[in-house]
Design a protein around this ligand. Sequence first.
Ligand code: IPM
Ligand code: MG
Length: 356
Amino acid sequence: MSEILILPGDGIGQEIITQALKVIDCLNADFNLGMTLEHGLVGGSAYDETGSPLPQVTLDVARQCDSILLGAVGGYQWASLERNLRPERGLLELRAEMDLFSNLRPAILYPQLASASTLKEEVVLGLDLMIVRELVSGIYFGKPRGVEVRNGQKYGFNTAAYYESEIRRIGHAAFKIAQLRDKRVCSVDKANVLEVCELWREVMIDVAKDYPNIELTHMYVDNAAMQLVKTPKQFDVIVTSNLFGDVLSDCAAMLTGSIGMLPSASLNQDGFGMYEPIHGSAPDIAGKDIANPLAAILSVAMMLRYSLNQIDLALKIEVAVNTVLDKGYRTQDIATEGSMVVGTNEMGDLVVEALA
Ligand code: IPM
Ligand code: MG
């Protein structure tokens, strides 16, 4: 029996989570999953209802649940709010409050979608890499931060900072994942310029001593961005800081044809996890029944695998997604010539049909 907090959030978050819920309902009914659901608010929709992008009750319920399934947050109408009230703040606080330091962002190319990538097929066919992004520290949270007047003009500043222990724990997370994969970790930093990255590299080298069978390499982030589009298949696990991971994971997602395909997991030390698509709230296409729900559906699979120890059911979802793609169904973001374009809702139904 597991209890899950559902946080659709804003924009397309609502409609894609509706599809993920259909999949959960089906697993409950047909495969005895026994998942119970709580529903809560986060982001702009939470601000509209309660005046806060992360209401206390959401946090309280989250603490009682086994996992969180989140859609996306953000939208134009909240962009000019004071920073602390913006939707993104709700997400960042939730990550920090639950100490979800380990963010796993797999980039896997579904062979059926090879032609949907903007890169040549031979460059991306077989792509399967994992970005492990530190999620609750670094420049996203470093202090001091702010905008103030100095020397008669405005001055904006943030602080990139890591404690050794923070680098160590994300290092261990990455090496442990590499154990289950191709046993290679590439640590991405900017140690040629930034002191914080010098420490990052030093600690990674130290952590690696506990994993003698894993190969550790280092790459500067600018080069890593280039290598990701040049020869992405050279990577197995990439471990990197919060900001670099944010940037590189969007880049890696695009290799797979669409950011609409990729789920993510954010885990704390005890295996509690928040699962969310890596795409945003896409307010421009919200409510039009065109968003791709597969990342949200695959986030449920990741939850089953990483937090709920239901690997069989995770596989069932992944097989169902493959079946639907094999049949030629595509949402518009992954459509190519000859594919059958379906809407958000229909895509959800097709996955459920393939599951049942
Ligand atoms: C992501 C997003 C978030 C981030 C935003 C919405 C705060 O871009 O999860 O990658 O920057 O971490
Ligand atoms: Mg991002």
